[in-house]
Design a binder for this molecule. Structure first.
Ligand code: ADE
Ligand code: ZN
Length: 329
């Protein structure tokens, strides 16, 4: 077994983290009060929901408190402050869904500028680097809307925005329907990832073949989650040959059987996939990078070699330039 302290202190990059899912409940409550936004429950109970779609609703509601450039800077700053302390975070690639924030009266360039302010501050104060991934929520964005989101990201090109992602409920937005948005992103020089095979859904709702669609139709460079792929030996064998990096998350409060995620991650590693460890929505799930690593290792019983492997995988799987990767290795 590895000491928890070693797991917390080993340097990490994080490739799957939604900015709206990182907000401290106290920050959401403070800003909601300031802006007169009603919340359904007090801060201590805010992050509760009956199911996956209920979770997504609270996520979108929390996003409504980020209204100014300063709010976006603060969100980046507070997450990095927490993650530096709890898990020695050194690099993070944040998902942000621009359409969550438009009702707040902020435009795309201003939200990106706010996050860029935050990135500069966390570089200075914590030595953390960060990039941004413009994300499409498949539950509420039509394929045409997804194309518009990509067009906006390309029209207001910012050096920190390096790719696109696809989140939300995969059973109502199968990957193939977003082919046009992905082709446009790729043509514009953006990298591509997508949430795929999430285990809140059954292998019928989020089937292993979604991996093949993400690979061949969306032409993804990376895959978020991936657990339901375990239901197909063929898909697992393909994924092993392909060598894409995966970004599963060690802890979620949405699954009530706690060891499930660690066991699925163990099987992904044993099948020879390139695996990284991430937090997804740390504030909402009541977790952090250090906690994710310690729960995973306490459940599986891996030694320090695996901790070093995950640490290095997160650098190799990142979308940093070779020179930045070299600095982190
Ligand atoms: N948005 C934030 N976290 C998500 C997840 N795990 N799956 C789908 N959409 C999300
Ligand atoms: Zn996610």
């Amino acid at each position: 077994a590895v000491a928890d302290d070693y797991l917390r202190r080993i340097p990490k990059a994080e490739l799957h983290c939604h900015i709206a899912g990182t907000l401290r409940a106290t920050t959401v409550a403070e800003l909601a009060k300031k802006y007169g936004l009603p919340l359904p429950r007090p801060a201590e109970q805010l992050y509760q929901w009956p199911n996956f779609d209920g979770f997504l609703e609270i996520l979108r509601l929390s996003a409504l408190v980020l209204r100014t450039r300063e709010d976006f800077s603060r969100a980046v700053y507070e997450y990095c402050e927490d993650a530096s302390r709890d898990g020695n975070l050194r690099h993070v690639e944040f998902f942000f869904n621009p359409d969550y924030f438009y009702p707040n009266g902020i435009d795309y360039p201003s939200m990106v500028a706010g996050m860029a302010d935050g990135v500069e501050r966390v570089g200075r104060d914590f030595g953390i680097s960060a990039r941004l991934i413009c994300c499409i929520d498949r539950s509420i964005n039509s394929p045409a809307k997804a194309v518009e989101i990509v067009e906006t990201a390309l029209a207001h090109r910012h050096e920190l925005v390096i790719g696109i992602g696809l989140d939300g409920n995969e059973s109502v937005g199968p990957p193939a329907i977003f082919a046009e948005a992905y082709a446009l992103a790729r043509k514009g020089g953006l990298r591509c990832t997508a949430h795929c095979c999430e285990d809140y859904l059954t292998p019928l709702e989020a089937p292993p073949t979604n991996y093949l669609i993400c690979r061949d139709v969306l032409r993804c460079d990376r895959i978020d989650h991936g657990y339901n792929m375990l239901a197909s030996d063929y898909v697992m064998a393909e994924a092993r040959k392909d060598g894409l990096y995966f970004t599963p998350c060690a802890w979620t409060s949405l699954l009530h059987n706690r060891p499930h995620r660690p066991q699925r991650i163990r099987r992904m590693v044993e099948a020879g996939l390139n695996v990284t460890i991430n937090t997804d929505d740390p504030a909402m799930f009541g977790t952090n990078l250090g906690h994710g690593f310690t729960t995973l290792f306490d459940t599986i019983g891996w030694g320090p070699d695996k901790a070093r492997m995950f640490s290095l995988n997160s650098v190799e799987g990142s979308w940093l330039d070779e020179s930045d990767k070299a600095r982190l290795r």
